[in-house]
Design a binder for this molecule. Sequence first.
Ligand code: AMP
Ligand code: MG
Length: 420
Amino acid sequence: MNNQAVKCDSPVFNQSLLSADEALEFLLDASAAPEKKESVSLDNSLGRILACDIHSTINVPGFDNSAMDGYAIALNDNQLLQKNLSFDIVDRIPAGSTGNELNKGCAARIFTGAPIPEGANTVIMQEECEVSNDGNRIETWRPLSLGENIRPMGNDIQTDDVILRAGLQLKPQDVALTASVGVAELEVFKKLKVGVFFTGDELVEPGNALNRGEIYNSNRYALVALLKQLNCEVINLGNIKDSLDSTCKALEILASACDLIMTTGGVSVGEEDHVKPAVEKLGKLSLWRIKMKPGKPLAFGHVGKAAFIGLPGNPVSAMVTFFLFARPFIKKMQGVSNHKNQTTQVQTNFDWRRPRPRREFVRVKLDHSTIPASANLYPKQGSDVLSSVVWADGLVEIPENSTFSQGEVLNYYSLTELTQ
Ligand code: AMP
Ligand code: MG
């Protein structure tokens, strides 16, 4: 974490009303890749972030080889593009072995992946030839050309190629490609440690009965699950008593152990909110009112060396602000080069008659029978309606102060992508 970059005490930002773009830009400026790296085996590398480029020291494949089970043939020049030829079978080359040099006009039984023997210049698949009754000859019918069914050396990767770049989050195919060049261990960034706690005397853990005025703490489970999906190490202090003292204690414990501290709720200016004064007491804090819906209040700062992000308390606001702000911030802090959220375009299946001053991120389900897909709006868009996020495929971004009719093409954030 580069604390120099955290200009959160700047009067420009404190208590200010920011656009979603300004808030994201500010957060990304304050986030930097970790310095600590570690080496992991390929089996333990999935989802980790590559800390350096991977170069290949070999060609893949390392030798010309057969793409088919069939016959390698050393065609004579006068046999090129001729029909109805016959060749003596003089060798048998399974994958993993090398055959002998093939004389002109001869064939070798060959299997997929086996090296093309010296002298051979084409391969015919077994389905396209007939073997004589004694098994010593093959006959072909169609004209043969040079290089058929031969996978040339270095076809996939060549020596000194950079096969993967630093900052990549490793997917199964990346791990496989690394294995294919013989690399057994990868240098990755250390996992990000994120500490969380929750305040609010109304919060009750699932499994217990509710008294009047109480609600279950859903944000705790949302936040922990979202962080785990991002491959963070989570230190969860659970529910903390809504007092300045307990909040300060929780922050101190996490500041010494974590790269980032996250909370939900308690960052509005209500008297019962102790997160804001506690962070201000121990570190630095900016409280932003972001011109978006859902999710107006967002707090950012640091306590000791740990960065701090306080999400809004309303469950939909907490999730949406996590997706839009915390996720790219965390990904950059993890060392991911491609840390920004990806959007695609969809068309609205609804009108937007009344211009609203805040940018809205509405929960929609897609109908893929049109191009682009059409977005249907969930009828209840309140920031407390968690069912809307469960129902939805994604979020449509509605620009501030806009009106439109059905068919408007807008940015779309897929929840599948946002939750992985
Ligand atoms: P706050 O930001 O603390 O003023 O909370 C705003 C709204 O979010 C209130 O209705 C809270 O009850 C609700 N809320 C706060 N924290 C949680 C939580 N952990 N789980 C579910 N709802 C919450
Ligand atoms: Mg509260």
